[in-house]
Design a binder for this molecule. Structure first.
Ligand SMILES: [Zn+2]
Ligand SMILES: [Zn+2]
Length: 284
């Protein structure tokens, strides 16, 4: 059984439509795939409608949160949320707020570029973002305009936190997110917390605190995690009784990682299903 619990579609910053995503997942030999776009469930319906027979679809989301970094300062954290009830009022309201933050942030960054004379059209960038506007959309616009050579180059310089056009967005505190996901019957898993090349890391003491508040798991096998970091995370998850997941974080052709590049063990997937009560997986 091959299980990949973290993928993106064009509903956020992937390049496969939700329908292409599920078809590609089946073609890649996966038995289970989760669709986890950033801060949106807008890809769920299309993925469900296009799901090939035999592929189990897990409806999820990757939520933009903020936690305490190793250095004692706030740090952005991605929290995977699975099988929650999308109509739960408190959680739906927070997702709506996050979507507004994303649009305002991309608008602010694009406006700064225009003010500097860069050939970027903020309206056109935002029109192409779907339900989950983000820096990758700005990166692609910069590539298309010939300002930078690649999406990676844009992220390393113009779009970086220390770069000239960066704007903040106000993400959800981790503890609030864990509580809302649990209230909506979902399962929460901290994504790629040792992805060192992305910047500063979340303090491990936060995981201890969140485990008490209802955090369900840690994403351990991820393309951006080194072997020693995977081992350390395995120790932490075991100590705290947390689920251990693995996943590709597939983004289509935006990144070079293939579907199924990292996988979740079947027993961990079963344990995840046991904890969920929001919406069922879609199978058969
Ligand atoms: Zn992420
Ligand atoms: Zn992701």
């Amino acid at each position: 059984m091959r299980i990949d619990l973290h993928t993106h579609s064009t509903a956020s910053d992937g390049t496969d439509s939700p329908a292409e995503l599920v078809r590609n997942a089946a073609a890649a030999g996966l038995d289970v795939v989760a669709i986890t776009d950033h801060d949106t469930t807008s890809g769920w319906a299309e993925a469900e409608a296009a799901r090939p027979a035999g592929l189990t679809l897990v409806r999820g989301m990757e939520m933009s949160c903020t936690g305490l970094g190793e250095d004692g300062y706030p740090v952005p954290v991605h929290l995977l949320a699975y099988l929650f009830d999308p109509s739960h009022a408190g959680f739906a309201q927070e997702r709506e707020r996050l979507r507004g933050e994303r649009v305002a942030r991309v608008r602010a960054m694009a406006d700064k570029m225009v003010a500097d004379g860069l050939p970027i059209d903020p309206d056109a960038v935002l029109a192409g973002t779907g339900a989950s506007a983000g820096r990758p959309h700005l990166a692609r616009a910069l590539v298309a305009a010939g300002v930078v050579e690649s999406v990676d180059a844009a992220f390393q310089d113009l779009l970086a936190p220390h770069g000239p056009y960066y704007a903040e967005k106000v993400d959800t505190p981790l503890a609030t997110a864990v509580r809302l996901i649990a209230e909506a019957g979902g399962v929460s898993v901290v994504a790629h917390m040792k992805a060192r090349k992305r910047g500063r890391l979340l303090a491990e003491s936060e995981i201890v605190r969140l485990a008490d508040l209802g955090l369900s798991g840690l994403e351990i096998d991820h393309p951006d995690h080194s072997d020693p970091d995977r081992a350390a995370l395995l120790g932490l998850a075991t100590e705290l009784g947390l689920l251990r997941t693995g996943s590709s974080d597939y983004h289509g052709t935006n990144k070079t990682i293939a579907l199924g590049a990292c996988e979740t063990a079947p027993d961990q997937f079963e344990a995840l299903l046991d904890k969920a009560s929001g919406v069922p997986v879609i199978a058969s």
